[in-house]
Design a protein around this ligand. Structure first.
Ligand SMILES: NC(=O)NCCC[C@H](N)C(=O)O
Length: 251
């Protein structure tokens, strides 16, 4: 059974960082309910979850994907591009180490957020922009020597995976107005909605995606995939998406 790391939302969630969109009030009660539904969707499709101990003083800690990048038997522990988020890494490191992964840490002057890293087979695209810098990318390349690590620009959105993710066949999908350089990818397919660009591969051609992208869900269904839809409106108000709420351990 595949395992996903998750992290319970902080009671201070509503104070989370907002960079590219206007701040909107977050309903923390509703967020908690949506988080539970997200976790239930993982369980309902055969995933086991392991909770990283909550860190209530960090409003953005629910976005656990940003704390690490896992590839092969190595977990690279990120050094967050936003200072406020640095304390999130320690417990995430302990949790993934307990799952048997070898730990490598991004160190100063490198910064890297897991949300900037898109893995497609042995190709790893890393968004260089607001949160991840060139030194962070170089350290990731060192850690994952057997992979082809390619830097791509990210200016229009928070993270690379706010702009693009990939379908099970490796096609990169993105909402074009928010993609800095669609030609950086071997194959690219546009989707009609911003959050339609965000999918988590659940296995067996099922795609976890947000309820805010119904037309993209229809497109994926036409392509033969099965969308598994969750409402994550409260996390979207903080520039979060389906990918960032878990770390999938596929080994
Ligand atoms: N991987 C992700 O998409 N993470 C979302 C992080 C959102 C959070 N409010 C942040 O600005 O860091």
């Amino acid at each position: 059974m595949p395992t996903a790391l998750i992290r319970r939302p902080s009671p201070r969630l509503a104070e989370g960082l907002v960079t590219h969109i206007e701040r909107q009030p977050v309903d923390v009660e509703l967020a908690l309910q949506q988080w539970q539904e997200y976790v239930d969707a993982l369980h309902g499709t055969g995933w086991t979850t392991v909770e990283v101990p909550a860190i209530d003083e960090c409003p953005d800690s629910v976005f656990v994907e940003d704390t690490m990048v896992v590839y092969g038997d190595v977990a690279v522990i990120a050094r967050a591009g936003a200072d406020e988020r640095r304390p999130e890494a320690a417990a995430a490191e302990e949790t993934v180490a307990a799952q048997g992964y070898r730990i490598v840490r991004i160190t100063e002057p490198g910064t890297l957020d897991g949300g900037d890293v898109l893995k497609i087979g042995s190709t790893i695209y890393v968004g260089q922009g607001g949160r991840t810098n060139a030194a962070g990318i170089e350290q990731l390349r060192e850690a994952f020597k057997s992979a082809d690590v390619r830097a791509v620009p990210v200016q229009k959105v928070l993270h690379l995976k706010s702009a693009v993710t990939a379908l099970p066949d490796g096609t990169v999908i993105g909402y074009e107005p928010l993609v800095d350089d669609s030609e950086a990818f071997d194959s690219f397919r546009p989707v009609p909605e911003e959050s339609g660009a965000h999918v988590v591969l659940l296995g067996a051609d099922r795609l976890l995606m947000a309820g805010s992208a119904p037309r993209s869900a229809e497109l994926f269904a036409e392509l033969g995939y099965t969308p598994v839809v969750v409402d994550i409106s409260e996390f979207e108000k903080l520039e979060g998406c389906v990918t960032c709420l878990s770390v999938r351990l596929r080994r």
